[in-house]
Design a protein around this ligand. Sequence first.
Ligand code: ITT
Length: 217
Amino acid sequence: MISEDPAPAVRRLLGRIVAATHNAGKLGEIKELLSPYGVDAIGAAALGLTEPEETGLTFRDNAVLKAQAATGASGEAALADDSGLCVAGLGGAPGIHSARWAGAAKDFAKAMARIERELLSAGAPRPWRAYFISALALAWPDGRVEVFEGRVDGELVFPPRGAKGFGYDPIFRPDGHSRTFGEMNSEEKHGLPSDGSPALSHRARAFQKLAQRLLQF
Ligand code: ITT
């Protein structure tokens, strides 16, 4: 169900929200995105919440599933992110399987090497286009849920560059920039421009939509 009136949502958001993620990199970004609004995000792991199985076929479905699982278990409003890297030369892979490509050990060096290997063996023409996408789902204890999506396009670079960020950041160079996300600090990657112009990262762009709807006073 989509909320018609954002005002109650705003009131519920003030204070604290559960960030329905077990990914420390994402949790850090979500905390930074919410903090200017005076909202504290507490991670799923800190609350002892288990990770739901991501059975959805879309980013949106998986974001909703994770947010609702966290709301159901905690009784509090929860914000989940389902995101991934979609590579044109690989038919959109790893896509919703982006985390899985890193395996149980969360070895992203291996996952990035696999992307390069598969692009080479597919003979994919360069430049290797890709985009990051984020679906942010905000679930309320009364069953309401809202989803906001953001996307950023760019090119893949090998070898990976930079040790900042997390996941696939070192191989993704957003359009219009010479550095990869792995070479950018957090302000550059997901800072929210004060003039309201679009943020850079997929997650920050999705968050801007959420903030526009729910966090303006
Ligand atoms: P949660 O489900 O607990 O939130 P997860 O890591 O399993 O954590 P996803 O299922 O959404 O999250 O997987 C998305 C993967 O895509 C994530 O593990 C990253 O490797 C990658 N990814 C998403 N956003 C990214 C970003 O901003 N920078 C680099 N990699 C990113």
